[in-house]
Design a protein around this ligand. Structure first.
Ligand code: IPE
Ligand code: MG
Length: 263
């Protein structure tokens, strides 16, 4: 029997209230400061739903909005997402063009008036070699950064085009150049020299508490390799990224809280 309009309204209101209670309970416990996502499985999601491949990426963007909203409701201060690997430029031209197009539109939507970044007070940072992107995408990124630069509640690190080995190699190179410039002939580079020059350090990112990869693939794929420390909890979930939501995030947050309480 189809629900009446009023019944649908009542049901949605009840779900909303339940969610708010749930978030309130979770927020009473320890909350991770920094959560990162390897958003994987867009194409397999599209294939398994009989959709065009690009629709998988479009729905992946919707999932990003959903996950950001959940993270914001939980007071997670920093979210980092692997939005585009340097390696992704090797994908078929049609897919890369589609992704660039989507990135431009998605960025403008994210930072628009009433968009999720403004609504939740999220500042957008980029982590990666953005100069490799087409000028329109670079312009959209700059606009999004400019429009959100005074947002204070939380931060979204868009890692794109990113590779951890590229980031580390770059940090080592800068450290050596700095040592030479300072006339340190022995050219000693210590751990902290590199750490301070990582792209994530340049945008003041706190230690990584949780890394989540979707789609059942158990690899780090050159993502935040340095940032994954002995305190980072790594989770692999089977859900394809476009289906990612509270059902998958909830057990991960509870697991984090259990581990903190057990310390
Ligand atoms: C991740 O999903 C999308 C990007 C971040 C570019 P994929 O495009 O890798 O989809 P699968 O893993 O092949 O299903
Ligand atoms: Mg993949």
């Amino acid at each position: 029997m189809p629900l009446t309009e009023h019944a649908v309204w009542l049901r949605d209101k009840a779900i909303d209230r339940l969610r708010n209670v749930l978030f309130g309970v979770l927020r009473a416990g320890p909350i991770p400061q920094h959560v990162a996502f390897i958003m994987d499985g867009n194409r397999r999601y599209a294939r398994s739903n009989g959709m065009k491949l690009i629709q998988g990426h479009v729905d992946g963007f919707t999932a990003l909005r959903r996950v950001l909203e959940i993270c914001s409701s939980l007071n997670i201060k920093v979210v980092s997402v692997y939005a585009f690997a340097i390696d992704n430029f090797q994908r078929p031209k049609e897919e890369v063009d589609g992704l660039m197009n989507l990135a431009e539109r998605a960025l403008l939507e994210l930072c628009s008036h009433g968009g999720i970044l403004a609504e939740h007070g999220v500042r957008l940072n980029t982590v990666g070699r953005t100069q490799l992107f087409p000028p329109e995408v670079q312009a959209a990124l700059n606009k999004a950064k400019e429009l959100t630069k005074n947002n204070k509640r939380s931060v979204l690190n868009l890692c794109m085009p990113y590779s951890s080995r590229d980031e580390i190699a770059n940090a080592v190179e800068e450290s050596v150049q700095n040592a030479l410039l300072e006339g340190r002939i022995e050219c000693v580079v210590v751990h902290k020299d590199i750490e301070d020059r990582l792209m994530t350090a340049k945008v003041n990112t706190p230690p990584l508490d949780i890394l989540i990869r979707t789609s059942g693939v158990k690899r780090l794929s050159d993502y935040l390799l340095w940032q994954c420390t002995e305190n980072t909890q790594i989770h692999f979930v089977d859900t394809f990224w476009p289906d990612m939501g509270l059902v998958d995030l909830l057990p991960i947050i509870l697991d984090y809280q259990r581990k903190i309480w057990a310390q």
